[in-house]
Design a protein around this ligand. Structure first.
Ligand code: GLY
Length: 418
């Protein structure tokens, strides 16, 4: 099988590494990729949100399967273009990708599917902002205001704050930019990311994971695209995962089919485990980053065959997935100033070791690997338990040099009992 992966992050590096372990995968290409993915896949520089360019590349490469990593090409309809060209594609249609592309669409689907989620309200008129904030903040018994960009914002469109001025300023800035704002009730409890391979009503869950969205230790500072993750979750009962699949993901998948927008690809349920049970924080239409780097490092089943089965209507006969024993921890190494405007162009050393996945990296003409984005590397540690996996990840980071870079030191620390 020849597989083309679309995207350029550490998630795509993780996908490529897992695909390369599948004995039926004979060749890999990636577009646009990064300095790390170039070592394991043919690298092509195209506009990944342009369906015609992706189809031309897939045809030229002779792809038997196209796997689309990021949300932007999916929301732009690239999977539709690939399927229309007769090439199996792992990724939802433009319409089904609205489960991530429009928070209001996701709320409508969840409501019709009877799935528990936060109470919410869309505000698109600045004159209505203050009265809406009054209905949602701590005075109404919530621990904090939750203010989201209704559209795509790479994880950075969300502000959760007990300070009304902070919440209001974020909402007002979004409205000034012409973005509708979603106000939500606050869901208290630890968060879980459950990735499910979905084709229509067939749902195959991967191991649950947890990510760390704030930039600083102790969940301080602004939100980011994700600073670390771990899998599996020792504190989450297997029955709870089963309940999430049965009561959340399957009803949503069935509702998507009922609406005539069946979902084929990776349906990512982000949930809070509240005192009254799991409740959905958000759905995404693709693998999560940086959880994928940890989750796929534990997968033993052949990923290429799994994604091909989902893309060709045979997921229901794929069988149960198998996983390595032990735990995995991902720690993101970010460029100076991230999540603000990152410093780029700095030389990175020590980034070719096993378990060091690349995101914002590029190869300079002189051969040096340099930083080219905010989240530069995802370092994946493995071990018999979370403590061992944490120790492995941080030992690998000690071998990496990137001027001005920073990372969290507490990824999976509480879950490891440290
Ligand atoms: N882990 C957060 C995201 O992928 O959106």
């Amino acid at each position: 099988m020849r597989v083309l992966v679309i995207g350029s992050g550490a998630r795509e590096h993780a996908l490529l590494l897992a695909l390369a372990r599948d004995p039926q995968v004979e060749a890999l290409a990636v577009a646009p990729g990064n300095a790390g993915t170039a070592a394991i896949a043919e690298q092509r520089d195209i506009d990944a949100t342009n369906g015609a360019e992706v189809v031309a590349l897939a045809r030229g490469f002779g792809a038997d399967l196209v796997v689309i990593g990021p949300e932007l090409p999916l929301v732009a309809g690239v999977a539709d273009a690939v399927r229309a060209a007769g090439i199996p594609c792992f990724g939802p249609s433009r319409e089904a990708a609205q489960i991530e592309g429009s928070k209001q669409f996701a709320k409508d689907v969840m409501s019709a599917a009877g799935v528990r989620t936060a109470v919410s309200e869309i505000v698109d008129n600045p004159a209505k902002l203050d009265s809406a904030l009054n209905r949602f903040g701590p005075p109404a018994g919530q621990a904090a205001w939750v203010v989201k960009d209704d559209g795509l914002a790479a994880g950075k469109g969300v502000v959760v704050s007990a300070d009304r001025d902070v919440a209001r300023a974020h909402a007002a800035a979004l409205l000034d930019d012409g973005h509708p704002v979603l106000l939500e009730s606050f869901l208290d409890g630890p968060e879980v990311s459950l990735f499910c391979v979905v084709d229509g009503e067939t749902v195959v869950p991967l191991l649950p994971a947890q990510d760390f969205k704030r930039v600083g230790d102790g969940d301080t500072g602004p939100n980011t695209g994700g600073m670390g993750a771990y899998s599996p979750l020792p504190w989450l009962a297997a029955e709870t995962v089963d309940a999430i699949v049965e009561d959340v993901v399957k009803p949503v998948a069935a509702e998507m089919v009922r609406r005539g927008t069946p979902f084929t690809g990776l349906l990512y349920a982000g949930l809070a485990i509240t005192s009254s049970g799991p409740a959905v924080v958000e759905f995404n239409c693709r693998f999560g980053d940086p959880e994928t780097q940890a989750v796929l490092s534990l997968l033993e089943s052949p990923l290429g065959q799994l994604l091909h089965a989902a893309s060709t209507g045979s997921l229901d006969s794929f069988g149960a997935l198998s996983w390595r024993d032990g735990s995995a921890v991902t720690v993101v190494v970010a460029a100076e100033h991230y999540p603000g405007r990152p410093r780029t162009g700095d030389v990175i050393t020590g980034a070719s070791a096993p378990g060091v996945l690349h995101a914002g990296t590029a190869r300079r003409d002189d051969g040096a690997v340099v930083s080219s984005g905010g989240r530069v590397l995802s370092v994946v540690g493995a071990g018999a338990d979370l403590s061992a996996a944490r120790a492995d990840a941080y030992a690998k980071i000690a071998g990496i040099k990137l001027a001005g870079s920073h990372f969290r030191t507490d990824i999976a620390k509480t879950a490891a009992g440290e």
